[in-house]
Design a protein around this ligand. Structure first.
Ligand code: 2M8
Length: 439
């Protein structure tokens, strides 16, 4: 397929999923607005229509809570209340002081939004300056909430639900989840609509879902206040923290454009980067690991452990991460994007969601990291793999990490959204040496 056709198809998916002010991740499986999806989607809109990108981010921020949290899900009132589980009647944000009028969930997702806002601005800089002025306070408040209310006390921020990582059933959360006692009976009064759209072997198990529900119920009973006893689940995710630092760098650039002080943002970015290196980076394993609630490293190699590449890192760490992704665990190649989890790991599963399948957004983050560090050969290989996957299988939610077969739903928004970005940033091929005809 020609690049122009692929770009057109990607834009058609975004338009098909556009829903008056935001883009649903999938019409069938995810019929509302999701937080980090909207950030990746806005980056795609920046290429096709920056105006849509601005609205995407502004509609999300319109549902920000008074304490600064940007919710994981913003529910669309026009969609049936039980179309997605857990829906608005489960989260009950309407009962919480400080929650917005539009109903939302009460947890967050990885903060990649300031980065997205900067990219949308760059696509249309003249118009964008006013946009940046409008979104800057909300983006800053989003980060302030995380740094104030979710600090682990040692330079990093915690997540309090596996859904907050975006990598829902990653093996990195298995041990922490075993602390949560929940009977699958808690699901009795609910219906999991995800299983109507995707095979159960691809989705989190019933035992996982019971725990996901139990964790929310306790947080909800505490009015979603981050206070003692509110959290059954606590972990530090390297991807979440890397994106927070990367977005702080973006906030610094945004601050420069609109005449606000940028230095505090750069300081915050540097401090998070230093804490990631000191606490999550394992020199022996040459990988960034998640931390459990006590700050101990969880030695599972997940793709999120490559995400700190988006930051300024020492050369030896970059070399080690690149070696790790090129080795048997992640098997960097030009046909299939990076697996979400170690191909050789004990919990590896080719089909189950974030326990192996290859996702476009996480490979895109690693690609940005490789580019930042001038690792053009590996970047070209990864870009080729991502484009190959969507060309062969369409804009699927995820892909079998060994065969590249498309899995999950079709017409998935962030897989479509990041494709025009891949095509736009593809480096011009190196000029081939001219063959000199023998005289
Ligand atoms: C998936 O997560 C939702 C819950 O947030 C679900 O499984 O129902 C994850 O892949 C997450 O990263 C993503 O943001 C969301 C919507 O695409 O779906």
């Amino acid at each position: 397929m020609r690049d122009a056709d692929l770009r057109r198809e990607a834009t058609a998916v975004l338009l098909g999923n556009w829903e008056r002010g935001h883009t649903v991740p999938s019409r069938r499986l995810y019929p509302h607005q999701w937080s980090w999806d909207s950030a990746f989607i806005a980056i795609g809109w920046a290429h096709a229509s920056p105006g849509h990108g601005r609205r995407e981010l502004e509609s999300l921020l319109a549902a920000q809570w008074a304490d600064g949290r940007v919710p994981q899900i913003v529910f669309n009132p026009a969609v049936a209340r039980d179309a997605y589980f857990p829906g608005p009647d489960f989260w009950r944000s309407r009962d919480v002081p400080g929650a917005p009028r539009r109903e939302t969930s009460g947890i967050v997702q990885p903060p990649v939004h300031a980065r997205a806002a900067l990219e949308v601005h760059r696509a249309a800089p003249t118009l964008g300056r006013r946009f940046l002025r409008r979104v800057y306070p909300g983006l800053k408040a989003q980060h302030d909430y995380l740094l104030r209310h979710r600090s682990d006390g040692d330079g990093l921020v915690t997540i309090v639900h596996p859904w907050e990582s975006g990598q829902d059933n990653s093996p990195a959360w298995d041990a922490e989840l075993t602390r949560v006692t929940a009977d699958v009976e808690v699901l009795a009064g609910h219906r999991r609509h995800d299983l109507d759209h995707v095979d159960a072997t691809e989705r989190p198990t019933a035992a996982d879902y019971a725990r996901y529900v139990a964790i929310v119920e306790t947080y909800r009973d505490h009015g979603y206040r981050d206070e003692p006893g509110a959290h059954h689940f606590v972990a530090v995710d390297p991807l979440f923290n890397a994106l927070l630092a990367w977005s702080e760098e973006a906030l610094a650039e945004i601050a420069d454009v609109i005449g606000e002080p940028s230095e505090p943002h750069l300081e915050r970015a540097g401090a998070i980067r230093d804490a990631l290196l000191a606490r999550c980076y394992d020199r022996g394993a040459q990988h960034f690991f998640a931390l459990d609630r006590h700050g101990a490293r969880v030695p599972e190699h997940c793709v999120g452990g490559l995400a700190p590449l988006v930051l300024d890192l020492p050369t030896d760490v970059v070399d080690a991460l690149v070696a790790g992704m090129s080795g048997p665990r992640f098997a960097l190649n030009d046909r299939v994007p990076l697996p979400s989890y170690d191909l050789t790991g004990p919990a590896f599963d080719t089909t189950r969601y974030w326990r192996g399948p290859a996702w476009i957004n996480t490979s895109w983050l690693v690609l940005r990291g490789l580019e930042r560090h001038g690792r053009h050969t590996e970047a070209a290989t990864l870009r080729a793999a991502m484009l190959n996957a969507v060309r062969q299988e369409g804009f699927r939610e995820y892909f079998d990490p060994r065969t590249g077969a498309g899995r999950g739903v079709a017409d998935f928004s962030w897989s479509a959204a990041l494709t025009p970005d891949l095509l736009a940033t593809a480096p011009t091929p190196a000029p081939r040496p001219l063959t000199v005809a023998p005289s």
